[in-house]
Design a protein around this ligand. Structure first.
Ligand SMILES: Cc1cc2nc3c(=O)[nH]c(=O)nc-3n(C[C@H](O)[C@H](O)[C@H](O)COP(=O)(O)OP(=O)(O)OC[C@H]3O[C@@H](n4cnc5c(N)ncnc54)[C@H](O)[C@@H]3O)c2cc1C
Length: 426
């Protein structure tokens, strides 16, 4: 009998799994159930959709021969009976279940975010996770003059950059001492901050948003009057108050405070859940049930990034298609890359040498070009790197990092290939 594979969650991990399973000639039928009203798309490009560089169609992801069922929320799974229940009451059978339910934005503990009726966020406050979020934000950005982005990680930085590109004066409020603190060091963050300033984005780091206040009760001037329901106590958002008492007036707020894995289905079905759905090296959570992407927790790590989600999808496709029944996911070494209109950075592995006195550091800073590069080496092996503002050598670096072996030449080449060296090396 042809095995029926049900994938719950029509996002990036789901699409990658379906596409790879088909490409590997997997013998089963794959159905992708997605709660969003459209077939899977590349979520990483949402900021580019916001600026208008891409439209929704151009970021669609291929699904191989799988059947997409958009607008089909799965409300329960039964691993013993091997069935799932849809929001419309329909029950479907499966032989293998793949959970790829992704993650939800975290709402920070900021007073005044929620509407007085308790449903949703007050007008003018947005999250950015889906194309629908993106469309709403783009619509409001047209009439907005000032925006505050709460959270200065990868998502916050790319959202701020996109809003600035739309002509909205934008400020980032970030609790940590510097931007993208998990992947950049102090010096890279200084360069990033300057680049953001040049693009029209100011940053307030080491500072926490404490409250959101309503404005005058009147929507922003160029937004259609009376269009937005008024939240109790002052209408749509008008300002963000920081913990130091400073007040940033604004007519838009974007929340970019991280994500939390969507585990409710797995939890209700009695599957092992900690922060995410717990999976072994085969990405199995239970017999016949696997989990991949932002919802999965592997060896204590929930990655929350597209690269690991795709690697997990590839491994699972190899295992379930029969191409490599013993395929195992060893984990993903930390790496991140952002490349978006005027802002580029990449970071791999260990970026903080203070954590390990045995590391050598090579730095190249070029204030004129606004670039910063740093390599961390243990002997002749690359253990980490940051590139900011100039990614000319990123492929060579990524290759050396992934390879993990001894570097062939002087490591300086990994910083300067394809560039004119004008900075200082320390
Ligand atoms: C604006 C933005 C920028 C980003 N930039 C980067 C970046 O530069 N680099 C990077 O590595 N990562 C980035 N990410 C993170 C990256 O998008 C995620 O890591 C990736 O999408 C994870 O894929 P996933 O399939 O696990 O989850 P998702 O892509 O979120 O897909 C999960 C899907 O499951 C659906 N779903 C959930 N529950 C159910 C249910 N019960 N029934 C049916 N469907 C359900 C959801 O509606 C959703 O469509 C970014 C994310 C955002 C939002």
């Amino acid at each position: 009998m042809t095995p029926r594979i049900a994938v719950v969650g029509g996002g990036m991990a789901a699409a990658r799994f379906a596409e790879r399973y088909g490409a590997l000639g997997g013998p089963g039928t794959v159905t992708v159930y997605g709660a969003e009203p459209r077939a899977p798309y590349n979520r990483v490009l949402l900021a580019e959709v916001l600026t208008g560089r891409y439209d929704a169609e151009s970021i669609a992801l291929p699904l191989g021969g799988a059947t997409a069922r958009p607008g089909c929320e799965v409300v329960a799974i039964d691993p013993a009976a091997r069935t799932l229940r849809l929001a419309d009451g329909g029950v479907e059978e499966w032989d293998e279940l793949v959970l790829a339910t992704g993650a939800n934005p975290v709402l920070p503990p900021v007073r005044g975010l929620r509407r007085a009726d308790g449903y949703g966020l007050i007008e003018g406050v947005h999250t950015l996770r889906t194309l629908e979020d993106c469309a709403r934000l783009a619509e409001e950005a047209v009439g907005a003059e000032r925006a505050v982005v709460i959270g200065g990680g990868v998502l916050g930085v790319s959202a701020a950059r996109a809003l600035a590109a739309l002509g909205v004066r934008t400020e980032i409020v970030h609790q940590a001492p510097h931007l993208i603190e998990r992947q950049l060091d102090d010096e890279a963050a200084v360069v990033l901050r300057e680049r953001l300033r040049a693009l029209g984005v100011e940053c307030y780091t080491g500072n926490r948003a404490r409250a959101v206040h309503g404005g005058t009760g009147v929507p922003a001037p160029s937004l259609t009057a009376g269009r937005y329901p008024q939240a109790e106590g002052g209408g749509r958002v008008g300002a963000v108050e920081l913990a130091n008492g400073y007040r940033l007036d604004c007519d838009l707020v974007v929340l970019a405070c991280g994500t939390r894995p969507r585990t409710a289905l797995a939890h209700a079905a009695g599957l092992p859940v900690a922060t995410g759905v717990l999976v072994d090296d085969g990405l199995a959570a239970a017999p016949g049930v696997s989990a991949i992407g932002d919802c999965a927790e592997h060896r204590g790590t929930v990655h929350g990034l597209a690269g690991p989600a795709w690697e997990q999808a590839d491994v699972l496709a190899r295992r379930l298609s029969g191409a490599e029944p013993g395929a195992r996911y060893p984990g993903t070494r930390p790496r991140a890359r952002l490349s978006t209109g005027g802002l580029e950075y990449a970071a791999f592995g260990t970026v903080d040498e203070t954590l390990d006195p045995g590391l050598d550091v090579l730095r190249l800073t070029d204030a004129t070009r606004g670039s910063y590069k740093k390599l961390l080496l243990r002997g002749d092996r690359l253990v980490g790197a940051i590139l900011l503002g100039d990614l000319a050598t990123v492929d060579a670096l990524a290759g050396a990092f992934a390879d993990g072996g001894a570097l062939a030449g002087h490591p300086l080449h990994l910083l300067t290939q394809g560039t004119v060296m004008t900075g200082d090396v320390r």
